[in-house]
Design a protein around this ligand. Structure first.
Ligand code: NAP
Length: 505
């Protein structure tokens, strides 16, 4: 027997939790959240590697409706962020509708009944859920990407991905290799360097690394943040606008980012004494083309006696070593792959079948990921995708984007209730227009012109991940549910009606 709910939310990270809290606030209490992990938190539950912390200040990287005066530092460590998400979930009174250890196996749109039929597997086996809306909050950086390296499956030592850290492995005194030099790796490397006997860092592309202007919030400051009216909002607003000032450098005129480039190169010069190593760590593309990283400890760690930065390409992995293309074999006990995530081909889309009987993955295989307003997709009625195509940011808080999308979802749900719509689906014309505009803007951004390859771009070189405008523009564009851009159908008045009635918007 199927369980019926009005809204089915997939994922219990920032996105899924935000949707649950806000739907409940609107009296839309008939929902379930399914989560394949054991707890809320999403990426902040999964990324427990040593040194994990946010590179966006916590005053901004948090819900606007759940301010936290107790952040210990401006860039909070992962355990604090995870504890924050957990607390928001507990205090919201929504947790009774969360089903953990529950994985979406398939979601199929039933066009006559105007609903989603969702098969899930969980602690009580396989069950069926039926819902009017399907809200995907599964995240854009949740499925680890393992590198395709010859022989890696035959490695006899310990091997794990940065997002699946194996805490049972003691790195003290071991020979360790880290493959990758992205946002995760630069946090991991300084921690591993402290304990490993030797560390090889395999760098394919040198990133830009700015100083991390972190600071601890003292007791008095935290008291003030708690008790002085408006102070926390002031902090948040100042950080928001400071971050927003980066946008023109990314999207309009890369020259505006020159001061940041100088700062990054000065950070390199300060952290690395050896000129030959410095040379190899100097990026060969424009700043901003890949994510700009922040660290005060990464460069000094690379310059340590027990670390070798390897820039020759990895050719293969043997039972106990990494071998580079120049034939050099470097024996290791532990191999850590910090090689990122599936970003432009999201695995969950393989499991979602729309009105025309094909999966979201199939639809996007031809055209690349594309949605209307980053949230809804033609052919997939009543699907709301949080952190969908072209909603990512290089400069500010994804929580701001998530809240904007959830506001749009709430407006859609209100509109559906008011007009008794059974389904809403963006038109192909509106979706094409939206994406044509995005791609036109994206062509002149540093992400396209900066001379790098990055996870922002798909196999066709199209940027289907980042938002190329200000975040306030995004919020404004999603502030109302623009029903004129949608095909709508009336809710079925009785279950005896064989077909949903067509109505015009
Ligand atoms: P990433 O940025 O995609 O970096 C992956 C790294 O692995 C890159 O250096 C890449 O080299 C390298 N790599 C991939 N495949 C390889 C191969 N086969 N051989 C050799 N090197 C290979 O992944 P990430 O560091 O996990 O970060 C992903 C995103 O997560 C970030 O951009 C950020 O948005 C988010 N994140 C945020 C924080 C935070 O503090 N808020 C922390 C961690 C992550 P190339 O550069 O040459 O491709």
């Amino acid at each position: 027997m199927a369980t019926h709910v009005k809204h089915l939310i997939v994922g219990a990270g920032f996105a899924g939790l935000c949707a649950a809290v806000k739907l409940q606030e609107d009296g839309e209490t008939d929902f379930l959240v399914i989560e394949k992990g054991a707890d809320v938190g999403g990426t902040w539950r999964d990324n427990t590697y040593p040194g994990a912390a946010c590179d966006v200040p916590s005053q901004l990287y948090s819900f606007s409706f759940a301010p936290n005066p107790d952040w210990s530092m401006s860039f909070s460590p992962q355990p604090e962020i995870q504890a924050y998400i957990r607390r928001v979930a507990e205090e919201s009174g929504t947790l009774d509708r969360f089903r953990f250890h529950t994985t979406l196996e398939s979601a199929t749109w039933e066009d006559e009944a105007l609903r989603w039929r969702v098969e899930v597997s969980g602690p009580s086996g396989r069950t069926t859920l039926v819902s009017t809306t399907l809200v995907l909050g599964a995240g854009g950086l949740s499925e680890p990407k393992l590198p395709e390296i010859d022989g890696i499956e035959g490695f006899q030592g310990e091997l794990f991905h940065s997002a699946r850290w194996d805490h049972d492995v003691d790195l003290a005194g071991k020979r360790v290799a880290v493959i990758g030099t992205g946002a995760s790796a630069i946090q991991i490397v300084p921690e591993v360097q402290k304990v490993a006997s030797h560390l090889d860092v395999y760098q394919r592309t040198a990133p830009y690394v700015l100083p991390r202007n972190d600071r601890t919030y003292g007791r008095l400051e935290r008291l003030a943040l708690r008790h002085v009216p408006g102070l926390q909002k002031l902090y948040r607003t100042a950080i928001y606008w400071g971050r927003e000032a980066y946008v023109p450098g990314f999207t309009l005129q890369p020259k505006l980012a020159l001061p940041a480039k100088k700062m990054a190169l000065a950070n390199l010069a300060k952290g690395v004494a050896d000129p030959e190593l410095r040379e190899r760590l100097t990026p060969d593309f424009e700043i901003g083309c890949k994510r700009i990283l922040i660290s005060n400890t990464y460069y000094p760690a690379l310059d340590s006696d027990n670390v070798e930065v390897v820039t020759d390409r990895v050719a293969k992995v043997t039972g106990n070593a990494v071998v580079t293309e120049d034939g050099v074999e470097r024996p290791i006990d532990v191999l850590i792959v910090a090689t990122g995530f599936f970003t432009t081909e999201l695995p969950i889309t393989e499991h979602i079948t729309g009105r025309e009987g094909r999966t979201l993955a199939d639809q996007w295989r031809e055209s690349g990921m594309a949605a209307y307003k980053g949230t809804t997709v033609p052919g997939f009625p009543n699907l709301f995708m949080l952190v969908g195509p072209n909603t990512g940011l290089g400069h500010s808080s994804m929580v701001f984007i998530i809240e904007s999308q959830v506001a749009y979802l709430r407006e859609a749900v209100r509109t559906m209730g008011l007009h008794r719509y059974g389904s809403v689906e963006p038109t192909r014309a509106a979706t094409q227009e939206w994406n044509a505009d995005l791609q036109r803007r994206l062509r002149r951004t540093v992400w396209s012109t900066g001379g790098c390859s990055s996870w922002y771009l798909d196999d066709h070189g199209r940027n289907t991940t980042l938002w190329p405008r200000s975040t306030f523009a995004f919020r404004g564009l999603l502030s109302q549910f623009d029903v004129a851009a949608y095909d709508v159908r009336a809710a079925r008045p009785t279950s005896r009606l064989p077909h949903a009635e067509e109505v015009t918007a």
